[in-house]
Design a protein around this ligand. Sequence first.
Ligand code: N01
Length: 530
Amino acid sequence: MSVQQFDVVIVGAGFAGMYLLHRLRPLGISARVVEAGTDVGGTWYWNRYPGARVDIESMQYSYQFDEALQQEWRWTEKYAPQPELLKYARHVADRFDLRRDIQFETRIASAVYDARAQRWALTAEDGSAFDAQFVVMATGCLSKPNWPHIDGIGSFAGQIYHTAMWPRETVDFTGQRVAVIGTGSSGIQSIPVIAEKAKQLTVFQRTANYAIPAHNCPLDKDYEEWVKGHYAEFRAQAKQTPPGIYGRFRVGKALEATPEERQAEYEERWKAGGLAFMGAYGDLMLSKEANDTAAEFVRSKIREIVDDPATAESLCPKNIIGGKRLCVDTNYYATYNKPHVRLVDVRDKPIEAITPTGVRAHGEDFEVDALVFATGFDAMTGALTAVDIRGKEDASLRERWADGPISYLGLAMADFPNLFTVTGPGSPSVFTNMIPTIEQHVDWITDCLAWMQDRNYTAIEAEHDAERAWWEHHQEVATVGIKTTTDSWYLGANVHGKARVFMPYYGGFPDYCRKCEEVVADGYAGFAFG
Ligand code: N01
């Protein structure tokens, strides 16, 4: 196969890869997006499990780079379902004629830097080869599926699914006995929908999770009109909040409010629904005692909703609220009131084995026709280390990150010149509204390439000192408060053998953007150019 040459190879055709391609075109930079799937959409291409939908309100979860696009697109629901999100991604690809520069069904396996030529050689699993001056890994934070280590996992004779690799054809569970392993966001969204069809549903829960009702509904036309009439203002205000989300965030302290005031505040937020629940007070993630007040409120709701007291108790999370990613649900807890749905708590007694006919736990054989793994992702680093990336002097990213990742601003790594990551470890990424954050990263990378073009620079590399300083700051910020006291995928705790290092930047979107702007104003401080 001949080697295809470009100025930039972008890995991944999700929202990051698509927008970067669009931004590079006016600069006259030749770019090719290489995508493993058969279509655009990234997360929303792969995660098509029943019930998948965004947990940020649709009116905010969209691009803002093109006013006509944000005015013309119409979401139908408060929280868009996966098919509509995929339709949106396809619409963007068509509207901006992106497909002609995207190579689908091509999974990049390695990227090797030639320091003399200052170029990257990329090879795909199918043998396709690319030569590029720059590589941008737009591979997403949650894209490498995590399969648990359970004995006999390959022996199951029925249908086996992973929520993050859901088949494109419709899966019909009608009349089937189904088991779901995992109760994170994917499990919590899919369980109620699977229960509607399955004859019998058994859920294996290792850690109970907090879920706030979505109260999803058709999108209110007046609200849509109001947002569209004020989009610039709306987006600008969102950027000023720590998660980059427009909403009501209170700075007051839960512990300074009376029990009645707290109850009223939590009740109002429960009724409004969604992730904004955690915006009730500014100290919820700073003090365990404050956190307990919100956690206990949600536990009381679970006890109210779930009829069987023993099941309700199992569903009540014991860890802090917000330590793991908060879930947003539709009928999750109520699903356990259905007579054909059973919860099996495997916290103290883990699943013993997967057998040819089902799951063995608590000494019991649960025979099922289909097995759904809702067991999440090798988050933040998994999609990057899945590619054998080798920088200067054959430095391997996989080996460099064996004890945990290190990156400058989640954008670039020392010893890996001309390589950028969009929302890499050390970026606020998953703590924010992903699409606007992606736009900020892509704008930064594009502006940097244009700046280099103007100065005839051919190589850029993060400096070790700058990388270390950012990482130390990032780790310091992570230890403020109680966020890191819970095992989570933020810490890599969900993946067998993975180093425990807190990966997303916890300092908030405004501080992160300020830092990126300062770096630019200072002539790209912390980067060396060649
Ligand atoms: O994955 P998870 P996810 N035996 O890692 C369990 C985003 N997202 O795909 O907690 C039994 O959260 C594991 O148990 P434990 C969102 O950011 C967004 O659900 O490790 N159980 C856990 O319950 C989210 O946070 C949306 O003890 C095992 C579950 O599997 C992130 O993606 C929708 C096990 C995995 O939960 C990841 O969510 C979906 C074992 N051996 C996802 N191994 C929306 O926008 C693992 N588990 C709404």
